[in-house]
Each structure stands twice: as structure tokens, then as C-alpha cells.
Design a protein around this ligand. Structure first.
Ligand code: SAH
Length: 560
């Protein structure tokens, strides 16, 4: 819950906008501000105060207990110009809240925690449990001192400016190690504990067994991602309670599915009871990985619980990101966030240049020139399969005549894939031309490098006959100059010579140019590979210099 506190009329107006936008997340505290702040501080995870920072500092100072426990506090000034993350930037979430509030109110977020201010991810914000000298290692990163990364488990992390050797270390491990003086230990959620239990097994017995197994194998409970068992035990109180106390979800599988997993220690007892020769080993192994602790039984007599521990491989992450047509403000916030999350960036050099300033320090950039598409796709997938967080970028939308399909054609199901849509050239051009895509439309690439010309021609003909608005991508290059006139001639067989045609070059880039001409008037020589050409349908008109395709028009009498 976010507590909202204001003192003035302007503050109350901004407060009400926030409350209206987030009705379920916010609670308004009225009354004298001192009392309101104290009440909200005690009751809410976060506060937004429409008050001077000085006033808020004085009010919250006596209430602060430590950065792990304090709520996140954001102050918005009287003019609504700034959303200042005042307290609890990381653990309290105030930095993110300041960004969200800023977005909503049109205020600039102000963040002063050092790592965020220079674009480094805070070591305590990576989403992994962290132990050790977070402040010291963060300072070393900021000061440019050598910090070594020792990843004993490959896990996708955002970029960190790390070296091969260093006085400071960031260790990524699921083993039960104590951090050294100049070390932080990040705990990847790499362990899956399979558990079985007879009816009524006490939680203490289950938990004790799991803890003993981890301790004896030298593994850290902070890396346990989940408990796994068979469906029939989904409600077994001892197992449910053990998962709750470990703070991890309980996942369950059908007995038939578990029976299909090959395990080292099958037995007759679970087969008779729940229909699978293995519960603990099979449920831990079902998603793959390495069996670190084979099935063991609890100490009770009779033993009522079994467990097994598996280390699952870190799943790499491939984000396929459309950068939009060029202008920075047509790059989506989601694309920006994904770019900052990746530790490896793969793309065409000219697209990398478009967003290089947004990358976090330490991002490994694998750029290549024109062509080499298959190789870029393969590289991106290979890096993800190594457990990296990879961003593969393309202009416009990365799924439109671009990298998404070759990459996903290479990708197996051992990596996570996320797609971030971008504004494709046809849409960017359409907005410049007017409203040419107001009715049914298609895009056709005139590049016959990968597609036989007969296929392209057949599609152009079909579009012509169906009276679709057509946007041509890859319309003309030095070596490919006859295709565009040919395609236009096919369309001219079904449309008037006066049909409007929009030509947009470098949409949303600094040297953007656009014009509306006609089928008869278009000079193909003015078109190149930086251009899209949009041909109207039989109802498209030029109105006040803009290209307009009516929505839901009726066929005029006399027309076909
Ligand atoms: N994925 C891209 C398209 C790649 S194909 C997208 O979704 O936009 C390359 C073709 O796209 C170019 O030959 C050109 O026809 C078109 N194109 C891409 N960006 C453009 C821009 N900013 N202005 C005009 N045309 C563009």
C-alpha cells in the first residue's frame, strides 16, 4: 500500500490524480501532516508526500530504523516538477516509485543512490539474495576499482563492470560459503528440492530433513528456488508448511509424469501409495539438472519423509527488441528497460549506435555489419544458452523482416525468450503521411534476395486484386531497380493513375523526408533502401496534402 500525504491545494490535486490512477495501491491520509506521515509510515510499504523534502526529512527522521526495513519515501514538490526518491531507494523501492510517479504526473524522477545515478544496477536490486559487503563492493564498482566476478553457477545477470582479477569479488554460488571481507555472494535460485512424505508427516521432520541434506552437501538454503512433489501431496500439511518456512513455492507434478523420469533410486513404496516409483528424485529432476543429493530419508522411525536436491541449469534470456524507426522518443520504455537488463547486446552496428548511450557500463556489445544475419541470430542464441541475458536488436519491429524469426528458428526451449514490439516503418511512415492505413493493408518486401520474384509478384497481384493498401519495404537498391516499377505497374492495372502514393525516407530520423504523389507521378529513382512506399487503395484520397484512406467506405456506384 502507498500512503499519500499532502498539505496544500496543489499538492492535494496531484495526490488525487495519483489516487485515481492507482485506486487499489494507494490510501490517502488526511489531517495534520505530522500525524498523517507517522500513520502512513507505520502502515504502508511506501509513501508519496506532496511536501517539501525538508519537512519530510524532519518528520520521518525519528521513525527510521534501517534501509532494509524502512518504507520507500518519495517527495513531490509543490510545482509537480520533481519526484524525489528520499529514503529507501533500493529495498524500499523508492527509486522505482519515483520513476512511476514521475511518469504519471509528468515530473522528473530524482534518484541519488550512487549505483542508479551512474547506471549501475544496485547489487541489492538484482532480484537475488545477496550476502556480504554490498556497500564496499558497490563503492569499488563505482570507483572503477577491479572487481572480479566468480560465477560458479551461470545465471543471467545484468551487466556489471567486472574484471578477471580484482581485490573485490562478486561470487555467484549456491554453495554454503561465507563471504570474505571484500566480497558479496549472490544466491541464484538454482536448487530444486524434491520431497515426499507419508500422510501426517510433521513439518519439522520434512524441514529438518531438507536442512540436513543441504548442510551436508554444503549448499545454501538461500538458493532453494522451489520444493517439488507429486500432485497427491499438494495439500500435505508438513510439506506445505516446510515450503512456507523456506519461503519458496511448492510445485507439484502428476504421478504419471514423475513415473517417466529416470532416477537412481526408485522404490516400491511410493509406487503403491501414489503411483510413481519416485517422488523426491523424480520431481526434483523433472525440469532437468544435476542430482546433487540423491534420495535420503528423514531420521524418524518410521521415516516419514524423503528428499533429493537438484541443481538446475541457469536459464538464459533472449530479449528480441524493436528499436522503432529511429527517433529516441519512439523507443518504448519497455525496450529501454530490456536494453539495460541485458549483459550481452547483439545487433547491426548502425542500430547499436542508435542506442549505445542507453547501455549499462559493462555491457558486452557484439556488433556486425550488414548481412551476417544468420550469424547474428546464432550468436545471440548461443550466448543465451550459456546462461546470459542477451538483447538482440532490430530497427522498427524486430519481428518484421528482421532478426526475430532467424533467432527463434535457432532457439531451443532451454532459454526464455521475450519480444518487445517496436514501431515498424509502415506505421511511422503512415503517421507522417496522414492516415493511409485507415482500411485493410499489407506490407510486401520487394527484396528478392531470399524470396523468388515469382512469389513476390504473386502477392503484389493478389493485393492489387483485393484492393489492399500496400506498403513496400526494401523497395529499391542499387542492384535491384526493376522490381519497384514492376510492382507499381501491377497495382496500376487495378487502380487509377491518380491513386495517392506516399514516399517516406528515413522516417523519424534527422534527415526525414516525405511526399505524397500518385501512381502515375512516382519517379522510382527517388526511392532507395531507406524508404518505404505506400500505395493507396481505390478509395484513398489526397486531402490537404495528406493521404487518407477512408474507414468503412461504401463502394461507389459504378465501381467494380
Ligand atoms: N524491421 C524493420 C524493417 C526492416 S526491412 C521495421 O520494422 O521497420 C528494411 C526496410 O525497412 C528498409 O529498406 C525500408 O524500406 C524500411 N525502413 C526501415 N526503417 C525505416 C525508416 N525509418 N524510414 C523509412 N523506411 C524504413
Amino acid at each position: 500500500m502507498i500512503g499519500l500525504i499532502s498539505a496544500t491545494a496543489a499538492g492535494a490535486a496531484a495526490r488525487d490524480r495519483l489516487a485515481a490512477a492507482w485506486p487499489d495501491r494507494t490510501r490517502v491520509y488526511e489531517g495534520p501532516v505530522g500525524d498523517a506521515v507517522r500513520a502512513a509510515f507505520a502502515q504502508c510499504e511506501q509513501l508519496v508526500c506532496f511536501l517539501a523534502t525538508g519537512a519530510v526529512v524532519r518528520l520521518v527522521a525519528p521513525l527510521l530504523s534501517g534501509k532494509a526495513a524502512d518504507p520507500g519515501v518519495v517527495c513531490v514538490d509543490e510545482g509537480g516538477r520533481f519526484a524525489v526518491s528520499l529514503v529507501g531507494g533500493h529495498a524500499g523501492g523508492a527509486n522505482e516509485l519515483a520513476a512511476e510517479v514521475g511518469e504519471l504526473l509528468g515530473a522528473e524522477p530524482v534518484v541519488t543512490t550512487a549505483t542508479d545515478a551512474v547506471g549501475l544496477p544496485g547489487l541489492d536490486t538484482l532480484g537475488l539474495p545477496v550476502e556480504g559487503d554490498v556497500a564496499g563492493v558497490s563503492r569499488a564498482l563505482l570507483d572503477g576499482e577491479a572487481v572480479a566476478l566468480r560465477a560458479e553457477v551461470a545465471w543471467p545477470l545484468p551487466p556489471l563492470p567486472v574484471a578477471a582479477e580484482g581485490a573485490y569479488t562478486i561470487r555467484v554460488t549456491d554453495r554454503a560459503v561465507e563471504p570474505d571481507g571484500r566480497e558479496v555472494v549472490l544466491r541464484p535460485p538454482s536448487l530444486v528440492v524434491g520431497v515426499g512424505a507419508s500422510r501426517g508427516a510433521p513439518a519439522e521432520e520434512v524441514l529438518g530433513l531438507v536442512e540436513d541434506a543441504l548442510r551436508e552437501a554444503g549448499l545454501s538454503a538461500a538458493s532453494v528456488a522451489e520444493l517439488a512433489t507429486v500432485d497427491a501431496k499438494a495439500g500435505e500439511p508438513g510439506i506445505v508448511e516446510a515450503a512456507r518456512r523456506l519461503g519458496v513455492p511448492l510445485v507439484t507434478y502428476a504421478a504419471g509424469e514423475l513415473a517417466g523420469v529416470e532416477v537412481p533410486n526408485p522404490s516400491g513404496a511410493p509406487l503403491a501409495a501414489v503411483g510413481t516409483p519416485s517422488v523426491a528424485e523424480a520431481s526434483a529432476l523433472l525440469r532437468g539438472g544435476e542430482l546433487l543429493v540423491p534420495k535420503r530419508k528423514s531420521a524418524g522411525n518410521p521415516a516419514m519423509a524423503t528428499c533429493a536436491v537438484v541443481r538446475r541449469p541457469g536459464r538464459g534470456r533472449l530479449a528480441v527488441i524493436g528499436l522503432g524507426p529511429g527517433a529516441r522518443d519512439l523507443l518504448t520504455p519497455r525496450a529501454r528497460a530490456e536494453l539495460r537488463r541485458a549483459s550481452v547486446l547483439v545487433g547491426l552496428d548502425q542500430y547499436v549506435d542508435q542506442i549505445r548511450d542507453l547501455l549499462r557500463p559493462g555491457t558486452r556489445v557484439l556488433e556486425s555489419g550488414l548481412g551476417a544475419e544468420e550469424e547474428r541470430a546464432r550468436t545471440a542464441v548461443e550466448e543465451a544458452r550459456k546462461g546470459q541475458a542477451v538483447a538482440l536488436i532490430g530497427s522498427g519491429d524486430a519481428g518484421v523482416y528482421a532478426m526475430a524469426s532467424p533467432a527463434l528458428a535457432e532457439a531451443s526451449d532451454d532459454i526464455d525468450v521475450v519480444g518487445v514490439p517496436g514501431v515498424t516503418a509502415a506505421l511511422a511512415a503512415g503517421a507522417i503521411l496522414g492516415a493511409p492505413l485507415g482500411h485493410d493493408h499489407v506490407s510486401i518486401s520487394l527484396s528478392d534476395l531470399h524470396t523468388p520474384w515469382e512469389v513476390i509478384e504473386r502477392r503484389v497481384r493478389a493485393a492489387a486484386e483485393a484492393d489492399l493498401v500496400v506498403t513496400f519495404y526494401n523497395p529499391r537498391s542499387r542492384g535491384r531497380d526493376w522490381q519497384l516499377p514492376k510492382a507499381l505497374a501491377i497495382l496500376a492495372g487495378h487502380r487509377e493513375p491518380t491513386t495517392p502514393v506516399g514516399v517516406v525516407r528515413n522516417a523519424s530520423r534527422p534527415d526525414e523526408s516525405a511526399r505524397v504523389t500518385t501512381l502515375a507521378g512516382l519517379d522510382p529513382a527517388t526511392v532507395d533502401m531507406m524508404t518505404v512506399v505506400t500505395v493507396g487503395n481505390t478509395a484513398t484520397r489526397e486531402i490537404a496534402g495528406r493521404m487518407v484512406t477512408p474507414r468503412g467506405y461504401r463502394w461507389q456506384e459504378g465501381a467494380e
